[in-house]
Design a protein around this ligand. Sequence first.
Ligand code: COS
Length: 386
Amino acid sequence: MNYFLTDEQETFQQMAYEFAQGKIAPVAAEYDVKGEFPWPLVKEMARMDFFRLWIPEEYEGFDGGITEMSLVTEEFSRACGGIALALAGTALGTFPILIAGSEEQKKKYLPELASGEALAAFCLTEPEAGSDAGAIQTTAKADGDYYILNGTKHFITNGGVAKYYTVIATTDPSKGSRGASAFIVEEGTEGLVFGKKEDKMGIRASATCEVVFQDCKIPKENLLSREGQGFIIAMKTLDRSRPGVAAQALGIAQGAFDHAVRYSRERKQFGQSISSFQAIQVMLADMATQIEASRALIYATAKMVDAGIKDYGKESAMCKLFAGDMAMKVTTDAVQIFGGYGYMRDYPIEKYMRDAKITQIYEGTNQIQRNVIAAKVIRESAMHKK
Ligand code: COS
């Protein structure tokens, strides 16, 4: 389908495709087995300016938006969903600064993040606060010119490899989600400790670990916006980042599909290519249609966000829900097309299925996405919106 991307967007897409197929795909299996963070590739992504895409020009970015971020995430994920996350996780960690940062904070942090010399991570989830993001227990206590943070964040993407951590902590536990505030914590701050590194089912090249605050003292100027705004900033961050997760799911599905079509042409049974059997053709047709439907939803939503439309939480949740579920189905079918070979680690296909699963879980489970969508459509109906 033609999405009428601009010439610039098509250039970024092509650059990302070539980088992914030329540099990421050949080493994806190795990083998956080792579960190692792909520093050499991240350095090349930075050298090729991919981290500049979603940063405004005045902070040394390329002034792109969610569209550019999604296009690149999709192409990278087509080669490896885990390696792509070094970039997408940094976008996630940067969004709170873009959404709520003061001019001073933006000037201080964004140019370095745009250069890719520093990565970012977003710290919301805690052991007892996953879907229930309002239940966070990490505290930030004002103390003169500082805040003292205490608590544990877990499952943090880019944990231990990022330089900047955008952290949601409560400044007033009596107020529930209205007592949450957002902060920037820099690597090397005393009391910022990295805990257990997770051994994951998929996206194994991505660094995921516990981030622990032990009397972690940060300057007051590291507060984003005002006290009490943390939950709203977190929700706005997720609204903005979910099309990116959807793009990751889309790329993973497209990558698995590419392999499955090729394999179906090459694999011979009963004296002919299995692609000549209608049972396989039906699967391929359904996979291609689901992939394209996801792409259309993601690109349209990204365009909406980039156009400055204020409320896109519903569409953003729809992207993640639809593309995440689609990726799980498409990658499972791709394994099925490969048959017994699909189940074996010698072939690239089972990794796509393992990588796809997380897209139904993180940045809000797909059950939570349904809650978000349902709440919005019911509210719209009550307001007699079209
Ligand atoms: N944008 C702006 N404000 C928002 C918002 C959004 N998208 N969503 C909620 N808010 C506001 C509400 O308007 C409400 O404001 P008031 O207190 O002024 O009324 C406040 O935030 C609380 O909202 P709500 O009552 O809906 O919060 P809940 O505790 O019921 O939680 C869900 C809502 C479930 C949607 C939220 O907890 C969530 O998104 N959970 C998933 C978290 C997640 O994605 N975790 C993954 C980890 S990050 S990688």
